[in-house]
Design a binder for this molecule. Structure first.
Ligand SMILES: *[C@@H]1O[C@H](CO)[C@@H](O)[C@H](O)[C@H]1NC(C)=O
Ligand SMILES: *[C@@H]1O[C@H](CO)[C@@H](O)[C@H](O)[C@H]1NC(C)=O
Ligand SMILES: *[C@@H]1O[C@H](CO)[C@@H](O)[C@H](O)[C@H]1NC(C)=O
Ligand SMILES: *[C@@H]1O[C@H](CO)[C@@H](O)[C@H](O)[C@H]1NC(C)=O
Length: 421
């Protein structure tokens, strides 16, 4: 601990010299205002007491004379480790949230429990800094409590009957947990645009994360036996974030900053431009052990199952020794799959396997020739390569044009998945 503080002190006072780009320090609301867009903050309270914000960008850069009252709402969901600001980093007109707002959509950004986004009070009873059990959750709880509460709030505020959903990376596991556990929510979603949706992880080639996933058992023992709910205390996440920000501001360390992004992003990107890198590497997420362990188990198994408590507790909780699989065939909202041709985390074989497992795939869209995991958020080319076709798809839907369902002959592995419930 002392050593860590020393390293932190050295890094921050002696090694890094330059001033931080002020945009790095803006929160979601400040960033939206700075870019000239309108922003509203709506507070959501879940059944299990968590309180968080939804950000709304009700219209584009230029307000139309007669803004229609019945605009379609789009909810953006980030992957784990992501923050709502990531949908804004490419700047006005180009970033996903702005691009959709400029084209007549009512944009909402999801900012679920534990994500750092100006939440004044995080739980009815628990204080996120003082009560470690605040952090006792995985994507399952986010999917089953936070997402439906948010969707209902949006429907309530907008008076719409259904929303569009854009989801990046492992945010897909949140959406799929909801739609398989509470299938009635399928009727509240017009289309899910799934960007690099990391749900099935059978053919991942991402050694950094695969190596970490091997420690899942150890981690869960710590969680179970020592009552620790976070991988590292909050102040350490904050220190790491602070160190990243300073490192990325210093030209001498810029290469290291980039390598940090590539390491967390699974792949070197040829499309992400240098001026976005410091904005992307600007913080370090809080890491609930239950969540990390849940992902790690699914990654190790190449599978999408509920949380594994160990055989005995599984028997009590689920009535089976192995945790059951999420019922992907219950998911019948129309889904459009966009995946990067060279993405080693959400790979083409895994995405296509998932397409065969859910019930209503309407689009298989390979983005390439070179397109990787974080390009969906941080590459300026994403605007034209990904957001533009998504907007077209959504506008067509509102005009009554929906692509035909794609029927994938289930491959052997998909059959295996379905047969082993
Ligand atoms: C809004 O209402 C107008 C007029 O009734 C209709 O033409 C349009 O399709 C509606 N838009 C959406 C997104 O429902
Ligand atoms: C929104 O929620 C409030 C309070 O729960 C309720 O009274 C109102 O009818 C709802 N409005 C819509 C449009 O669903
Ligand atoms: C999964 O969902 C499908 C479609 O709703 C349903 O027919 C099936 O019984 C479900 N399977 C399980 C194990 O719940
Ligand atoms: C990315 O965008 C730039 C600028 O518009 C363009 O020159 C380049 O060809 C694009 N790259 C790809 C792979 O589409």
């Amino acid at each position: 601990m002392v050593l860590l503080l020393l390293v932190y002190f050295l890094c921050n006072t002696l090694l890094f010299v330059n001033g931080i780009n002020p945009d790095v320090l803006l929160n979601t609301e400040e960033r939206i205002k700075k870019d000239g867009y309108p922003v509203e903050i709506h507070q959501v309270t879940t059944e299990d007491g968590y309180i968080f914000n939804l950000f709304r960008i009700p219209h584009g850069l230029e307000k139309q004379e007669n803004e229609p009252k019945n605009k379609s709402a789009v909810l953006f969901v980030t992957g784990h480790g992501g923050i709502p600001k990531h949908f804004l980093l490419l700047g006005k007109k180009l970033a996903a949230a702005y691009y959709f707002a400029d084209r007549g959509f009512d944009v909402w950004l999801f900012c679920y429990r534990g994500v750092d986004c100006q939440n004044p009070k995080k739980h009815k009873k628990l204080n996120w800094n003082k009560n470690p059990t605040y952090w006792d959750f995985s994507f399952h709880e986010v999917g089953v409590y936070d997402l439906p509460a948010s969707i209902d709030l949006i429907l309530n505020v907008t008076g719409q009957k259904k929303i569009f959903n854009v989801v990046h990376s492992s945010g897909g596991s949140i959406v799929y947990a909801l739609l398989s556990e509470k299938p009635e929510y399928n009727d509240k979603i017009k289309i899910i645009a799934n960007y690099a949706g990391g749900v099935i992880t059978y053919e991942v080639d991402y050694p950094f994360v695969q190596a970490i996933a091997q420690f899942s058992g150890v981690l869960k023992n710590v969680w179970k036996n020592l009552g620790m709910y976070e991988l590292m205390p909050g102040f350490m996440s904050d220190m790491l974030g602070d160190t990243f920000r300073k490192m990325c501001a210093d030209p001498k360390w810029f290469r290291t900053c980039k390598v940090t992004l590539w390491t967390f992003g699974s792949h070197v990107s040829t499309l992400i431009e240098d001026d976005v890198v410091d904005l992307a590497v600007s913080y370090f997420p809080r890491l609930p052990i239950k969540q990390v362990g849940h992902f790690a188990d699914n990654l190790n198994r190449g599978d999408f199952r509920k949380f594994d408590y160990g055989p005995d507790k599984n028997m009590q909780v689920y009535g089976t020794r192995l945790p059951p699989r999420y019922n992907l065939s219950a998911i019948n909202s129309p889904q459009a799959f966009f995946y990067g041709k060279t993405d080693t985390l959400s790979t083409k074989p895994d995405t296509q396997m998932l397409q065969g497992l859910v019930s209503n795939t309407i689009l298989d869209y390979e983005v390439g020739p070179k397109f990787v995991h974080l390009d969906f958020l941080f590459a300026r080319n994403a605007t034209q390569m990904v957001y533009e076709p998504t907007v077209k798809l959504f506008q067509d839907y509102d005009a009554g044009i929906v692509p035909k369902k794609i029927v994938r002959r289930k491959k052997k592995r998909a059959d295996m998945y379905n047969n082993s419930y």
